[in-house]
Design a protein around this ligand. Structure first.
Ligand code: FAD
Length: 550
């Protein structure tokens, strides 16, 4: 299978601030085999998952596990895990596309996303060969689920402050783990957990914990507002005894495992958000076509058409950012060379390189989803507020995506701070912006850094400007490439790129003006705004097939 990545030279993190992209990964680059697999994933979600959502939400005994097993039998459970250990060994872009297509429902998406992502990735990237041999094949087969246990009752965003403790037994053969992990997705069904604890109360370390290890138990399910089909429970470690060989990576280096796993996990989360956003567009367009008021279909009203156009443009932007990012990450992993030694360390660097982009994509895609499900309810009117239509569940399920894998506040702060502290900011301020949003970012960032008046509010505003810059550049580049290759949907792509650029210009101007006002800098110049007329063409394309057309 090929992702058709056309990047002529390997990109580096935050390069989008320095120059226009030469060639970036887009979903249109996938070859026929990848498209076939993505289509099979979508058919699986539609045929096997969507008809049983009520039963899934009731957590019917055995149902989620049997669906996961079926998905694993089709190869969807370990698409990017190493082939020599039972995975398919495919690039992350392929795994991302498959997960996106598996994700019209949030509960199933979360279960699969955790199982195939944060439940396996730490072992694939940081595990010894023996650990990979022991754990990846059963996870790939779906013999049991994988889970990731970082959060605790008193340690959420401040993830490295865990109070879970690990001490060696007197003979040095085993670890004893004590503590409680909270909010653990898949906990009810998981056979293995990636657990983080402090050795002797200080050295933050990752461990592979099996459900069958003595002293391990799972508490009752949390009563959640949504995502009811996904298991979320506490993992209780009461003197849990695990072999010393189950230390994952090095003692005291657990933060590298945790944070880099989350970098990659954020892209998977964005894929899950996009799968749900596609479903929201589908349900909204279908309803808009059917519903009549004032003697006409409501899909004829300008305000309804504009909602569909905004939903589709934002999804187009999130998708363009996501596949560009995973394409860059795949290139970074392709450069890992076992002959250069310490593969885990090389993997760590590859996973870290695009950390800023991963955070921007996570925030942008989950907020695009939030916008889509909100408008989905609005277009359904009063019926949207009932359980009679599927959008109420979509709305409830979507909300958590702005909270887990790092809240959107934490990701916003991280993205700009990392750019500022890793030295990329000065180069970005010296470079000529390639988009309207980029020019507004530079103006606001210059004001904030010159006046040295950064606060969290300022950093979050600059982070939004970074995201809009990355998004605008990505949509233009994708539409250009689709036109150049005479893609049958290139007109739709151009309309989305134009309309998104219009929306991004307005949003970036507002954010830049706010940042400048906060730091006492010169207000920005109003950008030239084009593309406002494209919304109707986008709405027409969405309504034609009652779906996001790409
Ligand atoms: C359904 C569900 C599934 C989950 N699955 C998992 C899982 O599988 N594994 C796992 O380990 N965890 C999981 N989590 C936990 C999730 O990652 C945490 O909820 C999240 O990291 C936030 O932590 P918290 O809930 O303690 O909120 P807090 O950290 O207490 O944050 C509360 C609020 O304060 C804000 N805030 C915190 N610090 C700052 C700061 N420095 N500056 C500005 N604002 C700040 C936050 O953004 C948030 O708005 C899950 C959570 C849910 C709800």
């Amino acid at each position: 299978m090929s992702t058709g990545s056309s990047a002529s030279a390997r990109a580096t993190g935050c390069e989008f601030l320095l120059r226009a992209p030469l060639g970036v990964q887009t979903p249109e680059d996938f070859d026929a085999d990848v498209r076939l697999m993505a289509d099979a994933a979508l058919q699986f979600a539609r045929g096997e998952v969507m008809p049983v959502l009520d039963r899934l939400d009731a957590q019917e005994e055995g149902l989620m596990m049997s669906l996961l097993k079926k998905a694993c039998d089709l190869g969807f459970g370990a698409v990017d895990s190493p082939a020599e250990f039972g995975g398919l060994g495919q690039p992350k872009a392929v795994a991302t596309r498959v997960l996106e297509m598996l994700s019209p429902n949030g509960s199933f998406a979360t279960t699969m996303g955790v199982h195939s992502g944060v439940g396996q990735t730490p072992i694939a990237l940081f595990g010894t060969d023996e650990q990979k041999r022991r754990y990846i094949p059963p996870l790939a087969r779906g013999d049991y689920m994988g889970a990731y246990a970082l959060s605790e009752p008193n340690s959420g965003s401040d993830a490295l402050s865990v109070s879970c403790r690990a001490t060696l037994t007197p003979d040095g053969a085993n670890w004893k783990l004590n503590g409680t992990k909270m909010w653990i997705s898949n906990a009810k069904w998981a056979g293995s957990f990636i657990v983080f604890a402090k050795v002797e109360g200080e050295r933050f370390t990752a461990f592979i914990v099996e459900r069958e290890h003595p002293g391990v138990s799972v508490s009752a399910e949390e009563h959640k507002m949504g995502l009811k089909g996904s298991s979320t429970a506490r993992l209780v470690l009461d003197g849990a005894e695990i072999p010393r060989d189950n230390t994952l990576y090095e003692v005291g280096e657990g933060h590298r495992v945790a944070l880099n796993t989350l970098n990659l996990g954020r892209c998977k989360l964005a894929a899950m958000a996009l799968g749900q956003a596609r479903e929201a567009i589908h349900q909204t367009a279908k309803y808009a076509r059917e519903r009549r008021q004032f003697g006409r279909s409501i899909s004829e009203f300008g305000l309804i058409r504009d909602k569909l156009a905004r939903m589709a443009s934002n999804v187009f932007a999130a998708e363009s950012m996501l596949y560009r990012t995973v394409g860059c990450i795949d290139d970074a992993f392709a450069a890992v060379d076992p002959s250069k030694g310490n593969v885990a360390e090389q993997n760590r660097r590859a996973a870290e390189e695009f950390a800023v982009e991963c955070s921007l994509v996570k925030v942008f895609a989950t907020e695009a989803l939030g916008h889509c499900v909100d408008e989905a309810i609005q277009v359904h009117g009063g019926f949207g507020f009932t359980e009679e239509f599927p959008v109420a569940r979509l709305y409830r399920d979507a909300r958590v995506m702005r909270i887990y894998e790092g809240t959107n506040e934490i990701n916003r702060l991280f993205a700009f701070n990392r750019l500022a502290t890793k030295g990329g900011l000065n180069a970005a301020l010296d470079a000529e912006p390639t988009t309207a949003a980029g020019a507004l970012f530079r103006h606001a960032a210059m004001a904030a850094t010159k006046l040295d008046t950064r606060t969290q509010q300022v950093d979050a505003g600059l982070s939004d400007l970074l995201a809009l810059t990355y998004a605008q550049q990505s949509v233009i580049s994708r539409a250009d490439r689709m036109e150049a290759s005479r893609h049958p949907r290139s007109e739709f792509a151009r309309a989305c790129a134009d309309y998104f650029s219009f929306l991004a210009g307005v949003a970036a101007y507002s954010r830049a003006a706010e940042v400048c006002a906060r730091v006492g800098g010169e207000p920005p110049v109003t950008p030239e705004l084009h593309g406002v007329g494209s919304d109707d063409r986008i709405a027409a394309a969405v309504l034609e097939g009652s779906q996001y057309p790409l």
